[in-house]
Design a protein around this ligand. Sequence first.
Ligand SMILES: [Fe+2]
Length: 141
Amino acid sequence: MQRFAWNDSLSTGVPMIDAHHKELIAAVNDLAQAIEQGQGSNAIKKLIMFLKYYAEWHFDHEEKCAAKHQCPMADTNEKAHAAFIETFGNLHEQYRQSNASEAVAQQIYDELSRWLVGHIMNIDTEIGRCLRQPKTVLPTS
Ligand SMILES: [Fe+2]
C-alpha cells in the first residue's frame, strides 16, 4: 500500500492547519501499516475512530477560520467536508456491519487517502492563501 510523504504541494502556508494535515496523513499511513502488518481489528478500529474524530475536529477549526476571514472558498470547503463526513460515516457503518472486515478497512484507507490529498491540494491551499491575506478594513465613511 502506498504511503504519503509530506511535500510542498500540500502546504497551506498556515502552520496550524499544516500541522493538522500532517497528523491526518500520519494516521492514514498508520492505518495502512496496521492493515499490512495484520495488527488486528482492535488496532484498526482505534485508528479509524481517531481519524473520524480528528478529521471532524479539524474541519470545524478550518471552517471557523475560513468563515471568520470570509474566504471565497469557505462554502465549497464546508460542502466538501460535509460530503466527506457522510462518506466516511457510511464506510464506518459498513465496517461495523462487516464485523471489522479487512477489505472494508482497506476501502476506508483508499477513500481517505485519495480524498485527503486531493482536498488539501485543491481546496485547503486556496483557504490557506485567503487566511494569509491581511483582512481588508473598509473605511467607515
Ligand atoms: Fe478543508
